[in-house]
Write a protein that binds this ligand. Structure first.
Ligand code: BDP
Length: 716
């Protein structure tokens, strides 16, 4: 046996036995297992040739070195000239004569500012691989893509790849507070240690930047949307600068949340009225100051007049007045304002579903060109399944940015294996019909439908200081999915799961087959056992952990689950048709059609749009009540089976991560049964119908489930 083969074998055995803690995410660079491929990789990769001496090109060089040595378990030379087969040449045409002379100007034109090309070429009579972009950032993205090909065991013969992002701003929104708590965070405390910044640069910041660059994320909002103005004060701006300096070489810009009342809270003004000259002046000066610390500062994300946050409406001004005031002040520095459309208030008690549309559609065309309106995927709030937000397609003159939630606030939080790519894709592929058939949400947000140059997709981050970043080992896949889809929303969930599994666990086909099914079914399973048939917002108050459909004592009507399910002796569900709140009218007729009629409505959304009698005949032939029981029981049963699937994968997974997922799946199964029993017992008090005898009857009473309390549930 050759020496390096033995080394690889020993390494693998040690890993399987001892385990991995997950810190390396999908960038593990473990030895390539497929021997034939390994051989071909070694023949085609012998030397690294990089050019240019910037921080970004240093990263490219190091990443190629570390990656290739880990994957190929062999020494890779660094060189300057092509004198043997297997040179990997990375650079821009400007910095690398090898690249500028290689005749790749045409593919580079298609790569744009951030894209890359990876090409197999014969130079000097030798086989080479070129990784290039018009900018060093493009080269960096190309480098990670190239390493991904090896990590996922793809052929690298005849490479001819041109890739450019479909969306310009690909961002993470951290809901992190200055005291390091994370709103809706389930992976420990914030990774930003504001107290020790700017003096102490945690290695985490660097590894965070690297992980994001590897999936094309180019912006991060480091502070919570429920903002604290302290981050805009001078000592904090020094800290922000330190972070920005770390992120910059990785192509990532920093953004901050702007508390609308900051001019009063830290500026000593009497008002924050956006039309007041002193307020405008305050923001202009503040922004000027920010840019002295961070010359490429990205801009602001603003939550205004929502859930008690201050905003322009406090002064009888509109959202556009507020956004434009900030946009004007930041425009000279090329910054942008991301204004959130997640708004609801007491004054519109009929249906929270309608409020964002009612507030924002009349403002279409009035926002400055450097404003993006950030819209959640659905009109309520990151539910396990929501129809697409009616604002998509309804504001043609305004660039709308997608806001997904990567952290699993309503999808099992830190204890559940739920792969979110299918949820993201479901929204992106929904047809708004705003300009006829095929006007998908994806085309709205990538700017192609209305020719908007400014485009964006953000995900509320699921990152914390847990050793594996995301808490649940599989939650890393959701961070990965966000990045990959923001780069190219046409990639399938199957591909994303496959890539992530190969890089994070194993390229073994037996492992991949079962593990990807586990991931791909997981979102459907949680919908089934928690929010089936279009039920929504029936979770516990405040922490949002677990079921509590009975809650009806919250101060604001739309904080109560009973507001959303409206169960009574006649039936269950929210009538959003013309005889009810008529939220359906906010959709184009062709979109509306699929939901409008109770008889034909897609059953996934039946109770979202209709109040349906308990004995209504479902497509399955069952009554609604029987179907509800069927969904809850099937979902919980499938959650149980996830454990069996995972157990069958033990031979392919290291001990530590195997056990972690194993324990978590057990918790998830218990939670699924809890959801099932609590919801069915509660809804039964209205339906007055029996749980079919073929099902195991709940062992606990409704009173028991109602009595459960979780005062220290995470993420509040
Ligand atoms: C809800 C969260 C809340 C956020 C809010 C938002 O429960 O913590 O502040 O959304 O997006 O999902 O502003």
């Amino acid at each position: 046996m050759k020496k390096h083969t033995l080394l690889i074998l020993c390494l693998c055995c040690v890993l399987i036995a001892k385990g991995e803690n997950g810190y390396d995410l999908w960038l593990r660079y473990k030895p390539v297992g497929n021997k034939t491929l390994l051989q071909s990789y070694r023949e085609n990769i012998t030397t690294i040739i990089t050019s240019g001496s910037s921080a970004t090109m240093d990263i490219v060089k190091n990443e190629l070195s570390t990656g290739l040595q880990g994957l190929l378990q062999t020494t890779i030379d660094h060189g300057a000239a092509v004198n043997r087969h297997g040179a990997i040449i990375a650079g821009t045409p400007r910095s690398s004569p090898l690249i500028s002379n290689a005749g790749i100007a045409i593919p580079l034109q298609q790569a744009g500012e951030e894209g890359f090309v990876i090409l197999s070429k014969i130079l000097n009579g030798k086989r080479c691989i070129l990784i290039s972009g018009n900018t060093e950032k493009g080269v960096l993205y190309g480098t990670f893509h190239f390493l991904r090909l090896l990590q996922t065991e793809q052929s690298i013969q005849q490479l001819n790849i041109i890739s450019a992002p479909k969306i310009r701003l690909r961002m993470l929104d951290h809901w992190d507070n200055p005291d390091r708590t994370v709103e809706r965070g389930y992976a420990g405390f914030s990774i930003w240690n504001w107290h020790t910044l700017p003096g102490y640069i945690d290695q985490r910041y660097i590894d965070y930047a690297r992980a994001n660059a590897s999936i094309g994320i180019n912006g991060t909002v480091v502070t919570n949307v429920n903002a604290n103005a302290v981050v805009l004060t001078q000592p904090y701006l020094e800290k922000v600068k330190a972070l920005a300096d770390v992120l910059r070489p990785y192509g990532i810009k920093i953004y901050l949340t702007a508390r609308f009342s900051a001019p009063m809270e830290i500026g000593g003004l009497k008002t924050a009225d956006p039309l007041d000259a002193s307020v405008q002046h305050w923001w202009q000066e503040k922004i000027k100051e920010i840019y002295t610390y961070v010359p490429d500062f990205g801009g602001f994300l603003v939550k205004a007049n929502s859930e008690g946050q201050p905003g322009p409406q406090d002064y009888k001004r509109t959202h556009a007045d507020g956004a434009n005031m900030l946009a004007d002040a930041i425009a000279p520095f090329k910054g942008i304002v991301i204004w959130r459309a997640f708004v609801y208030s007491n004054e519109n008690p009929l249906d929270r579903h309608k409020q964002a549309y009612d507030d924002f559609v009349p403002l279409d065309g009035t926002f400055r060109p450097n404003v993006l309106v950030q819209v959640k995927n659905g009109a309520i709030d990151f539910m396990p399944r929501e129809p697409f937000h009616p604002l998509f397609g309804a504001m043609p003159k305004t660039p709308l940015m997608m806001e997904f939630q990567v952290t699993q606030e309503y999808l099992g939080q830190g204890t559940s294996l739920v792969f979110l790519a299918p949820l993201f894709k479901e929204t992106l592929e929904s047809d708004t019909y705003s300009k006829g058939k095929g006007s998908t949400v994806a085309k709205v947000i990538d700017g192609s439908l209305e020719h908007h140059p400014l485009t964006g997709m953000a995900g509320v981050a699921n990152i914390g200081n847990d050793i594996n970043w995301c808490g649940h080992p599989f939650a890393q896949a959701n961070w990965y999915a966000l990045g990959r889809l923001a780069w190219d929303h046409t990639i399938s969930s199957e591909q994303i799961a496959d890539e992530w599994l190969r890089m994070t666990y194993s390229n073994n086909p037996r492992f991949l087959k079962a593990a990807s099914r586990l991931m791909l079914e997981s979102r459907d399973i949680i919908v089934q056992y928690s929010n089936p048939i279009g039920l929504h917002h029936i979770m516990g108050t405040s922490h949002h952990y677990g079921p509590a459909p009975w809650v009806n004592n919250q101060q604001r009507p739309e904080w109560n689950p009973v507001y959303y399910h409206k169960a009574d002796s006649g039936g269950i569900g929210f009538n959003r048709t013309a005889t009810g709140s008529n939220a359906l009218a906010q959709y184009q007729p062709a979109a509306r059609e699929q939901w409008e009629n109770m008889q034909t409505c897609d059953e996934k959304y039946l109770l979202w749009f209709h109040h349906v009698p308990w004995n209504f005949r479902m497509k399955s032939g069952k009554s609604l009540w029987e179907e509800l029981c069927y969904q809850y029981y099937t979902g919980a049963e499938r959650a149980g089976k996830m454990q069996d699937t995972w157990k069958s994968l033990q031979p392919f997974v290291d001990k530590q991560r195997f056990e972690q997922v194993n324990m978590l799946l057990k918790i998830q199964h218990t939670e699924a049964i809890w959801w099932r029993n609590a919801c069915i017992l509660y809804f039964q008090t209205f339906s007055k119908m029996p749980i079919p005898a073929s099902y195991e009857q709940p062992g606990k009473t409704l009173e028991y489930y109602k009595s459960l309390r979780f005062p220290f549930a995470p993420g509040i």
